[in-house]
Design a protein around this ligand. Structure first.
Ligand code: CU
Length: 172
């Protein structure tokens, strides 16, 4: 009986360990996805950005071709860039190539997951499940850790409220 108890304890510890590791890094084939986060949506906002880091540890390129989220009526992969001094974003309708040996970081002011037609607010501390669709690695489920309203990075409390380009007030 004692041994069984110990075995069960070991198993549950192992399971807990796995769950914790998954919240941070998600492995799918040669890809490692980490630091998935988003921001709390202020009063009734219907759009939110999703940010994460994708590392390709393999020897062939893969491509992020789509994103899905139950909470969003529409979800897309976007890029934000300065065009003649004006910040603009565009839909990456041909997907985003993740070259072998490279790490692509999604962040405010750059690549982002654009979640639109939100069915509910994002609150700080929430975990928002989204599914990434890769050409080779297939569907990969990740969850976005929701940070404070003004956060610029995961773990950022958002109190600084730096003036960085983001979606608030942007027109599509
Ligand atoms: Cu966008």
């Amino acid at each position: 009986m004692k041994n069984i108890g110990r075995t069960l304890l070991t198993i549950s510890l192992l399971l807990t360990g796995c769950a914790v590791a998954q919240a941070d890094d998600v492995k799918a084939g040669d890809l490692v996805i980490s630091q998935a986060w988003s921001r709390a949506t202020p009063g009734g906002a219907k759009v939110a950005g999703g940010y994460l880091t994708i590392e390709n540890k393999g020897t062939v390129a893969d491509k992020l071709v789509g994103v899905y989220a139950d909470i969003a009526g529409k979800a897309e992969v976007h890029e934000m860039a300065t065009d003649n001094g004006v910040m603009k974003m565009r839909l990456l309708d041909k997907g985003l190539v993740i070259d072998p040996g490279k790490t692509v970081k999604f962040a405010p002011g750059g690549y982002h997951l654009m979640l639109q037609e939100l069915k509910g607010p994002f609150k700080q501390g929430d975990k928002v499940p989204v599914t990434l669709q890769f050409e080779k690695a297939g569907k990969v489920a990740v969850s976005l850790d929701v940070q404070g309203v003004g956060a610029q990075a995961p773990g950022d409390s958002g109190h600084m409220m730096k003036k960085m380009p983001d979606h608030s007030g942007m027109k599509m």
